[in-house]
Design a protein around this ligand. Structure first.
Ligand code: G3P
Ligand code: CA
Length: 284
């Protein structure tokens, strides 16, 4: 019932700002979220993990040193300890041409303060991340969405089928997206599934799609592998659409790829540069 499920026409392709406008500002911070909203993002994508003392926070990596001045695993820190960290200066060092003194000292955010700050005008595309480390985050996450009354403002995504099935059992009205990832076998060049969810795209059967369709409304997958090998094609996008799934591809920053995927029939794209995708969509 979420308006994302009605996507389909090219002009209705959704802009999903990956960790906020993370190509312009430090990922998952207020700066990246603010810019994503200014850039017409339909959805703010955020990875959610759980702190040592049980708070849900927006942070991508399991290990905190790439995007903060701390080190170690995020789940070993309390929220108060994480809030002492500087989650913005790394960006200024990594991207001096985009540096902004204001980014220094940016704080790691809780999901609750993000909901509180940005309210119901914004849509949140939140991921249950690394559930083998972040145990039992589904119940507090669903409870928070329900307490805020944000059922229509939220998509919950995960690579972990059991996490989505748990959420579906807690609240079957929520919009869920199953994330997929394939690896290229170096010896055979064939695609292998990652985790336990799906065979390679061309081997997926109607039964596989029905299994996922029992709990999820959409599929999210990558376009290519690290070496550039493309793992999906137009026919696979059409097959997913024929099974009535939203089709959201991550993480697309190149304008030609955006145009090509839109032409294939995707219903949304994750991008670090929501302004680029907005521009592409406006010029279709
Ligand atoms: O959630 C879609 C995409 O973000 C998955 O990859 O590693 O950036 O969370 P990752
Ligand atoms: Ca993600």
């Amino acid at each position: 019932n979420n308006d994302a499920t009605e996507a389909g026409d090219q002009e209705d392709v959704k802009i999903i700002a990956h960790r906020g406008a993370s190509g312009h500002a430090p990922e998952s911070t207020t700066y990246a979220i603010d810019q994503a909203i200014e850039m017409n993002a339909d959805w703010i994508e955020l990875d959610i993990q759980i702190t040592e003392d049980g708070h849900l926070v927006a942070f991508h990596d399991d290990e905190i040193s790439r995007t903060s001045d701390g080190e170690g695993e995020i789940g070993d820190y309390t929220l108060a300890e994480l809030q002492e960290l500087d989650s913005g200066s790394w960006f200024n060092e990594e991207y001096p041409d985009k540096a902004d003194a204001a980014f220094a000292g940016a704080e790691i955010l809780t999901l609750e303060e993000i909901f509180d700050t940005y309210g119901s005008e914004v849509n949140y595309y939140i991921e249950t991340k690394s559930t083998y480390l972040n145990e039992d985050m589904e119940e507090p996450m669903v409870e928070m969405v329900e307490n805020f009354g944000y059922e229509e403002n939220v998509i919950i995504q995960s690579f972990h089928q059991d996490s989505l099935e748990t959420i579906s059992e807690l609240n079957d009205e929520l919009t869920l997206v199953q994330l997929l990832w394939w690896e290229v076998d170096e010896e055979t060049g064939e695609l292998n599934e990652w985790l336990d969810i799906t065979p390679a795209p061309n081997d997926m059967t109607d039964e596989d799609f029905e299994t996922i369709g029992d709990y999820a409304d959409g599929l999210g997958m990558h376009l290519d592998y690290y070496d550039g090998t493309e793992v999906i094609d137009e026919a696979f996008v059409q097959t997913m659409r024929d099974h009535d799934f939203m089709v959201h591809v991550y993480t697309i920053n190149d304008e030609e790829d955006m145009e090509r995927l839109i032409d294939w029939g995707v219903t949304g794209l994750f991008t670090d540069f929501p302004d680029r995708l907005d521009n592409v969509l406006q010029n279709l």
